[in-house]
Design a binder for this molecule. Structure first.
Ligand code: HEC
Length: 113
């Protein structure tokens, strides 16, 4: 996908908000994150290599978007394509809810009012 199309898709997803996504359960996400912890840490604050992103505190919608893109192959990364390949929509929602609920990045929220 071209960068512009990607930005457009991400914007649509953000505009749709969490209502359009399966709602994630952070506790289930923690249980499902065993295979992720070596690189991202239990709470998503570990970056085992300089190219490993911090997941803690990131927006759930963004994390879901990223995982869906790895799953479909729209976003290419040898490691993440493998780890995302067998995740269900619910797994993705739960994992995103877990990392989003952890203290880490400070990402400003859009005013929903
Ligand atoms: C072997 C190490 C490794 C494991 C295990 C791993 N990841 Fe990753 N993850 C990475 C790396 C490296 C990147 C950056 C890839 C890139 O440049 O696209 C990444 C990127 C991501 C991103 C995108 C974050 C962003 O800011 O765009 C998410 C979300 C993610 N991983 C979630 C997971 C989940 C959930 C699991 C477990 C199912 C997992 N990862 C397992 C190494 C790993």
């Amino acid at each position: 996908m071209k960068p512009l199309a990607l930005t457009f898709a991400a914007t649509l997803l953000l505009m749709a908000g969490s209502d359009a996504l399966a709602s994630g359960n952070p506790g289930r996400g923690l249980e499902k994150s065993q295979s992720c912890q070596a690189c991202h840490g239990k709470d998503g604050n570990l970056a085992v290599t300089p190219d490993t992103p911090i997941l803690a505190g990131q927006h759930a919608g963004y994390l879901e978007f990223a995982l869906r893109q790895y799953r479909s192959g729209a976003r290419q990364n040898a490691q993440m394509n493998g780890f995302a390949a067998n995740l269900s929509d619910q797994d993705i929602a739960d994992l995103a809810a877990w990392y989003a609920s952890q203290e880490g990045l400070v990402t400003p929220q859009l005013d929903e009012g």
